[in-house]
Design a protein around this ligand. Sequence first.
Ligand code: PLP
Length: 431
Amino acid sequence: MKNSQEILERESENIPKSSRIKYFDMVIDHGEGALIYDVEGNEYIDFLASASSANTGHCHPRIVQAIQEQATKLIHFTPAYYANEVTSSLLTRLANVAPGDFPKKVAVGTSGSDANDSMIKFSRGYTGRPYIICFSGAYHGSTYGSITLSGVSLNMSRKIGPLLPDIVKMPFPDTHKMRPNETEAEFVDRMWEAFLEPFENWLPVEEVAGVIIEGIQGDGGIIAAPKAYMEKLYAFTREHGIVFAVDEINQGFGRSGKMWSIDHFNIAPDLMSIGKSVASGMPFSALIGRTEILDSLDTPAHVFTTSGNPVCAAAAHATLDVINDEKLVERSARLGEIAKAFFQKMQTKYNFIGDVRMYGLDGGIDIVDEDGRPDPDATTKIIYKLFQLGVIMISLRGNILRFQPPLVITDEQLSQGLAKIEKAFEALNNN
Ligand code: PLP
């Protein structure tokens, strides 16, 4: 077998720069639960869960079995033409598992990005209005629609404009932006005024089709909007006949200690996009929403040949079974408390640890300099040290440690991984 260097050299000849976010020279051979093994046989504890697409861990035996069995029966026949049982029954299941006691339909895709594009399509189709509101700091994908919705980095869409028209980006109520001595209520009032400002100046509210938001911003830094803000936003959409759409691609399926991040707010969205962990990383995504919205487009305006793939659907059925049977949502909440206590302890010990946010096994830990400002260099040092110690972790916004292990991680693996994080913090402190 080739070693990592040979594989990476060959790969660099073929993969475009825009398709790779490079960390270190490692090539994965296989994964098992919360562990990853490279081609040289080194073991890593995975605190990234393949960007939150492996909530059930790597190669869960029940999911592997479901995939194998379905692959021997039917790999694909596009469900847009002829139905198959496994995909069809999954749609019912997904509609039932999504929040909201109202009739729903489910449109399938293959990536989170296309599911978010469809939120734009269906919101516009249903309301007949053009404008879509989204938020700074969010990441919604890399197709034209979803990259336009994304506010995480303007750099991402450099050179590829013009982007989609009539997408309006509002300031996300990022609690990092609270002023010294400002209370949360004052912050919410200030952010809400900023939200309303465009409506007073140039944006006709009766031309707004939808609002798209993450319950908890993922790539933005694992940051939840204050509850009062989300409630105001939801009430605003009710008042003005605007579709309230939530992106659960990163945060769904138990990640935040609840099945959906929007459950933290007790809101049932009109539309919800899912992807990543729905089929444990197999290419499957969906838009779940109110029947009247999903039925508003009456031409085949949302068909992809390989969407609704039955092998992926079998993986999604098995994923839902594993989440239920192994009580992964409760597990995420319980282990999240352990992780939170650990990072809070570290915060009292090391000045370079700023804000710690943890919702289930969904954490953002700010690394800061002595003046409390973001410290990307120190963050990179921690991540590199962790890599050397056998822990996979990445950063968000340059200085936020992203903590998203598979929800099946054992208690022992979690404490081993946290002990390694402590070592990496110690190393930085002694540096
Ligand atoms: N939405 C959110 C919140 C995400 O985190 C991502 C991916 O990171 C996407 C959408 C895009 O999903 P995909 O990469 O499957 O297209």
